[in-house]
Design a binder for this molecule. Sequence first.
Ligand SMILES: C[S@@+](CC[C@H](N)C(=O)[O-])C[C@H]1O[C@@H](n2cnc3c(N)ncnc32)[C@H](O)[C@@H]1O
Length: 252
Amino acid sequence: MLSVKEPIKNVWYKMPPHIKHRVYTFMKSRPMEGVITKLQDNDINLKELNALEVFGKNGEWHTIDYGYKVNSLEVWEMDSSCQGPLKRNFPFATVKIVDSYKEIERCRNKYSLIVIDNPMSTYGDYCEHFSLFPKMFNLCDESSIVIANVIPKIDDNIKTEYPYLFNDIQLDKRREFYKTDSPDKLSFEEIDSVYREMALSQQFISEWSFFQKRNFVYYYVLKLRKNIEDIKDSMRRNDFESIDNIRLKTRI
Ligand SMILES: C[S@@+](CC[C@H](N)C(=O)[O-])C[C@H]1O[C@@H](n2cnc3c(N)ncnc32)[C@H](O)[C@@H]1O
């Protein structure tokens, strides 16, 4: 019997990116669109953002939802077979086939939108996105937005579907990163405060943040602003109460 899969694949493969984008966004539920709406509600103009997608794949999971709306786009991905599809999907973008963990050490550019669509568990020497922090703050512009995948908890159905999730190594790494005794069950507040504290230690004030559900994975969205002067001033005075106030003041 003649398979219809191949011809459909060929049509999809050759489709111009802007049409592909239309079909794609029409076909699927798009949690990234929810993020975009909330960013716009917070007066973020996407056209002004210089974006970096740290884990690119082909860009069809969600990069395609915002990639056409930003001022510039750079995509990092380790798998060289993704280079062709990435170039086709985003002809205007800078595509780098690199190990993102090594690239983050080399990179001297600044971005105002950094999207970290990391794998969900352990992979190679890494786990979720933990080893990217706090170095990734070096890539943040004076005003920037960081979006990362976070997993507050999983239920038995998810564990059955993805048996490798929350394996012993992942739980240990989560215990260490989120400084918690219950790495399998984190509240949004606990997650939020860990990234905010880390940002503050790198001289970034967290202006606001929110979570957007994908499935059991959520996008964690954090708006940062560099504020060396406030922090330096408080540190000079050894005024830790004031450092705390800066943090609280900017919390939503
Ligand atoms: C969840 S997918 C990303 C999906 C993508 N953001 C999209 O919109 O289609 C994760 C990707 O991370 C890549 N990856 C894993 N480890 C990496 C590393 N060390 N450096 C760069 N890419 C890596 C994998 O090859 C995979 O394509």
